[in-house]
Design a protein around this ligand. Structure first.
Ligand code: GCB
Length: 612
């Protein structure tokens, strides 16, 4: 079937819908599936220029008279003059947007845009026998719907995780086309919700490709170093549609290690393999092994580092030894060009600045970052705090919101569970202390533990104060392995020197990470250290913070807020902020501020934190 025929089929389906007859796409959209190591599979890239139609009223999706979902008025729209229907839209004459990319920084008129945009791209394809094909979407913020040749292939909610829509029966030999609707409208029942302190970059913000797999294929796998048995790599492989008697095989050629296991119920094969001479991954020795995972006709060449992480009392142990996390928070904001970060170069620049500062740890705020960032952290030796976008006040009493948070966790953990760099799954940031919230995040934490018992669970908590004492007693702390706390002494409260007389009371005998602290400065603005917005004022905050942090006995890590200035609509102060949160240690144009060097000295000389 060629593109034109496909269009006709799709047109017929639209007509059927309009006539009140159930059309092919009136059926519920198939759920996307999660693939581990999708970026390690050969792929047909669909990156590049896509046709784009801005549709603020979402008229391409809804029936204008009844507001009922039409499920894709635009889905097949390649209408040419003379085509009877539809008439209002034409992808072939529409303007273009780059994929991957947020739309806000590609066109001035889309800078503040929050709403739906339709995307379309043609591609040629040659189906292969016994092969299943997935449309892999690195991320689409926030809700998205996909059609291939007019056939609905999936819909998805959540703007920061990858997903895969099966298109095996929708593609055909020759010319094909994919249409996507992406809507970044903020939702009261979304995750995150209506309020965030970062830019709501919309669009197909990460790579899009086609991934081919055999009929029976490897869906997810988890391979990690055992905490209890030295030199044993354990884990599992899950196969989709395994044949009877299927086996999964794991091989690490460099270590001469190889094992195979029977695929049992639910497609699961348990893996255990003894290894000799394994060199453990750590920030000082970011050693990564080539690992071949194969099952039936399918195989993936992975790159995995092996290390253990655990908590003992108030210590965090990496490879059995106490570690202090000298870190910094990072948003997925592209250095120099701004907008969403999504290239190896973006990741290497951001993480390179963290390394240069002497950091061994990064908090990737406030949502899961992309594979390029995680691969770079593995390679460069930076421990990672990875975060679910449960941010500020969500509808914590709404079970649908919990389901959305859990789905995003499934995707975050399912796709990135083999990164040695990730040691912490963060459930939430600065959530209000209510019963509904605590229950919500406890459920989320239990879900994360079930998905991955090998890593530590954390969250960034709000603290309160009595006089000069900061108190960490949020009941959520019970559900966490590591307590994260945020504070802004010297910026949102009091003066930088207040830190000198601040005490901390932490009601949990657990490790603590100061997950945010800092203040704003405009790069290049100099003055007295008492003048807000100057680099000197920001540097003074850091000087006083370092002394205070050293007086918290349970402190096992810190992540300054934040590495680089980032766009936020909450920061309109003209001439200073200009819609950037200026708490960066580095400007968005790469200019290091004085505070960067204060922290660099403390990190490099290890004058902050417990020497290991
Ligand atoms: C916070 C938030 C973070 C903000 C930061 C700020 O507490 O967790 O998302 O950007 O403060 O700059 O106010």
């Amino acid at each position: 079937m060629n593109v034109r025929n496909a269009r006709n089929v799709a047109l017929a389906a639209i007509a059927a819908t309009l006539a009140g007859v159930t059309a092919a796409w009136a059926a519920p959209a198939p759920a996307p599936i999660i693939l581990t190591g999708a970026d390690r599979r050969p792929a047909i890239s669909l990156n590049g220029e896509w046709a784009a139609i801005v549709d603020p009223y979402f008229s391409g999706m809804y029936n204008s008279h009844h507001q009922e979902k039409k499920n894709g008025w635009f889905v097949n729209h390649k209408a040419k003059p003379g085509d009877e229907f539809p008439t209002e839209y034409n992808f072939s004459t529409a303007s273009r947007l780059k994929v991957p990319g947020d739309w806000n920084t590609q066109r001035r008129s889309l800078y503040y845009y929050e709403g739906p945009i339709w995307y379309e791209r043609d591609f040629t394809y040659q189906p292969k026998e016994h092969t299943r094909v997935f449309l892999h979407v690195g991320a689409a913020n926030y809700k998205s719907w996909f059609w291939v040749n007019g056939i609905k292939v999936c819909e998805h909610e959540g703007g920061y995780t990858s997903f895969n829509c099966e298109v095996t029966t929708a593609v055909h030999a020759g010319g094909n086309f994919v249409v996507a609707a992406v809507d970044n409208t903020r939702l009261a029942d979304g995750v995150p919700g209506l309020q965030t302190d970062w830019w709501n970059y919309g669009g197909l913000t990460r790579t899009v490709s086609l991934i081919e797999v055999p009929e029976s294929f490897i869906e997810q796998y988890d391979l990690h170093l055992s905490r209890t048995e030295d030199s044993v790599i354990e884990g599992w492989v899950i196969m989709n549609s395994p044949v009877n008697g299927a086996k999964a095989e794991v091989e690490i050629p460099e270590l001469g290690a190889k094992t195979s296991a029977k695929v049992g119920d639910g497609g699961l094969a348990a893996i255990r393999v003894e290894v000799k001479g394994l060199k453990r991954w750590s920030p000082e020795t970011p050693i990564i092994y080539k690992v071949r995972i194969s099952a039936g006709q399918d195989s993936i060449d992975e790159l995995i580092g092996f290390r253990t992480v655990e908590v003992r009392g108030t210590e965090i142990l990496l490879n059995g030894k106490p570690i202090f996390l000298r870190g910094v928070c990072i948003h997925a904001e592209a250095p120099y060009r701004t907008g969403r970060a999504n290239t190896d170069k973006d990741a290497e620049t951001l993480l390179g600045w963290a390394k240069e500062m002497g950091a061994n740890f990064v908090r990737l705020a406030h949502y899961p970052h992309d594979e390029t960032m995680l691969r770079a952290a593995d390679r460069m030796g930076l421990l990672v705090w990875s975060e679910n976008p449960v941010y500020w006040a969500l509808q914590f009493d709404n079970p649908k919101v919990l389901a959305k948070a859990e789905q995003q966790l499934d995707e975050e953990i399912g796709t990135s569970r083999n990164h040695a760099a990730i040691i912490l799954w963060s459930m939430a940031n600065e959530t209000p202390n209510t019963e509904a919230r605590t229950k919500f995040i406890e459920t989320e934490a239990a879900h994360a533990r079930e998905l991955d018992p090998t890593r530590l669970i954390t969250a960034a908590l709000l603290v309160h104060a009595e006089g000069n004492t900061k108190i960490v007693d949020d009941p959520l702390g019970k559900a966490l392995d590591v307590i994260g706390t945020n504070e802004y002494i010297g910026w949102y409260e009091k003066r930088p020197e207040t830190a000198d007389i601040t005490q901390w009371r932490i009601d949990y005998q657990k490790p603590v990470i100061m997950s945010e602290f800092g203040g704003e400065a405009k790069a290049g603005l100099h003055g007295r250290k008492t003048e807000r917005w100057t680099e000197e004022y920001q540097a003074d905050i850091y000087r006083h913070q370092l002394g205070m942090l050293n007086r918290i006995p349970q402190l096992r890590g810190m992540s300054a807020w934040i590495l680089m200035d980032f766009r936020s609509p909450n920061r309109p102060l003209a001439g200073i902020q200009d819609e950037y949160n200026r708490k960066g240690l580095i400007s968005e144009q790469g200019k290091k501020k004085l505070a960067y060097f204060i922290l660099q000295k403390a990190y490099k000389e290890k004058t902050v934190g417990k020497p290991e």
